[in-house]
Design a protein around this ligand. Structure first.
Ligand code: HEC
Ligand code: HEC
Length: 448
């Protein structure tokens, strides 16, 4: 008995994808983080020259500047609001799943694409300053961020540890219980995966320890304001949300492709990559291989941050159990490394690896040339190297900037691979290929 029983995916039959999308845009499942008055005053705490620029701008322009600073996108129906927050009739803004799970690439909003620009920590820090000035009470996020880092590099978040910290205060039925806070949490930032993989996967997360299902998707609602009854009440909503996630298709590469190279690249892929990643497109040919840490060699912090007890607590709770007898701790719940993800639509979901440490596919294919310290341009897309357009910062010059007192918000724009949990090492398989093979493989990866 190695693998836990795979439970049927309820959303496939039970949910309505369109309804799921509507709920994601309109239903506030979390208490509000701030109100419109706070959002509209955020510019007053910005550094110069941004503040002067905002001061001279109209209210609508200022809202767009604010969304840019915090990595949010304007709502298609109402550009004064953000796609990532639900704004209630009274003007209060609540974070939604889309905060981390809806982004854009090369100026296009692609359904299910992770938000690689979200600056949650910077937003929360600015909100706190404005609330102090406006004499308003702190919300759960303002307090939470004093206890836990929210995300030390923009576009990535400490989301896994939010889940572990919140689960500490629940029993298996999600009743709120009083237990001491955890002091052994290993904070680390993760790059959210694209949602269009969901239909191919049978388990969830970088190490694949959680079975799929609409209940598992509700973990993010564990704040103390949501009692156990709320989870039962919202269960049907999450059948619809799961159906939306399952309905998503990977986006197609928008530019031209060299078909000759694509064909050559496919040959290279079959020989060197397919046994782990499966065939793109074909839903039934994805092996969902878990590669031991020693073989993959990517950053181990995410893997080690969860204990067997953490994995088991989630799986045996209301989220994982579906009322069935709890499964013994099997291979899936006691994994030994990371899952090789599907590569459909891979051109769109930069940065790469679970921690978002590799900015382009070219860098992924050239393990020796991955940048140690880098910063992305605000919205640039690199269609040659396929991924984020970046500026590489020499290590010594970054050290000087830090010594000179680089502001925290600016530091979060920089990905520093020397920090814990942020290594770009590992996945060295492409190093065995010739340069010509890598050129062909890159063209093939664009076509997936
Ligand atoms: C603060 C950011 C954040 C928010 C908000 C968030 N997620 Fe996630 N989500 C993540 C991260 C990071 C991961 C990857 C975790 C891992 O692999 O360990 C993830 C993983 C997932 C996955 C698994 C995908 C896979 O292929 O393994 C699904 C599905 C998902 N989230 C759905 C949701 C839903 C539904 C909501 C809202 C109820 C939500 N998330 C809210 C950050 C977030
Ligand atoms: C032994 C299994 C294995 C082989 C062989 C393999 N990979 Fe991977 N690959 C993985 C695993 C596991 C990950 C996830 C690692 C992580 O996130 O830490 C991964 C991640 C990736 C990613 C990043 C995915 C993302 O969404 O961030 C790409 C791209 C990729 N591999 C391409 C390739 C290519 C191209 C080849 C062939 C040259 C290849 N892989 C060979 C196991 C493998």
């Amino acid at each position: 008995m190695a693998v836990v029983a795979i439970l049927p995916v309820a959303g496939a039959s039970a949910g309505d994808p369109e309804r799921g999308w509507e709920l994601l845009l309109s239903q506030a499942y979390l208490p509000a983080d701030f109100d419109q008055e706070v959002f509209d005053a955020l510019w007053t705490v910005w550094p110069e020259p941004l503040r002067q620029q905002a001061k001279a701008a109209s209210v609508d322009q200022r809202r767009l500047l604010a969304m840019e600073r915090y990595g949010l996108q304007p709502h298609p129906d109402d550009p004064s609001r953000s796609l990532q927050y639900v704004v209630s009739a009274d003007g209060s803004w609540s974070m939604s799943c889309l905060a981390c799970h809806q982004g854009q690439v090369a100026g296009q909003v692609v359904p299910g694409l992770p938000n690689s620009t979200y600056a949650l920590e910077t937003l929360t820090a600015d909100v706190r300053l404005v609330k102090i000035a406006q004499r308003k009470a702190f919300g759960h996020m303002d307090v939470g961020s004093l206890l836990l880092p929210l995300g030390t590099t923009n576009g990535t978040t400490n989301a896994v540890i939010f889940g572990v910290a919140l689960m500490q205060h629940r029993d298996a039925g999600l009743n709120i219980v009083s237990r001491p806070p955890r002091f052994d949490l290993v904070h680390h930032d993760m790059d959210a995966p694209p949602w269009w993989h969901y239909r191919k996967r049978r388990s969830l997360y970088a190490d694949g320890f959680a079975p799929q299902g609409h209940r598992m998707l509700m973990q993010f609602l564990l704040v103390k304001e949501n009692g156990p009854e709320k989870f039962r009440e919202w269960e049907d909503d999450f059948r619809h949300i799961e159906a939306w996630i399952e309905s998503l298709e990977p986006p197609r590469w928008p530019g031209p492709l060299d078909q000759q190279l694509v064909a050559e690249g496919q040959g290279v892929f079959r020989e060197h990559c397919q046994r782990c990643h499966g065939t793109a497109g074909a839903d039934d040919d994805y092996p969902e291989v878990v590669v031991p840490l020693a073989d993959i060699g990517t950053d181990p912090v995410r893997f080690r941050a969860l204990t067997d007890a953490d994995r088991l607590a989630l799986n045996q709770s209301w989220f994982g159990q579906f009322g069935e007898a709890a499964e013994p701790l099997g291979a899936r719940q006691q994994p030994d490394g990371y899952v090789a993800p599907p590569l459909d639509g891979i051109w769109a979901s930069a940065p790469y690896l679970h921690n978002g440490s590799v900015p382009t596919l070219w860098h992924l294919l050239h393990p020796g040339q991955r940048p140690a310290v880098w910063r992305r341009t605000p919205a640039g897309y690199d269609d040659q190297r396929v991924g984020l357009e970046i500026e590489e910062i020499p290590v010594a010059s970054f050290a000087e900037q830090l010594a000179a007192g680089l502001a925290a918000a600016d530091r979060r724009q920089v990905f520093d691979t020397s920090q814990p949990g942020k290594s770009a090492a590992g996945h060295d398989f492409p190093a065995a290929l010739s340069e010509a093979e890598r050129v062909a493989l890159l063209e093939y990866l664009k076509s997936l």
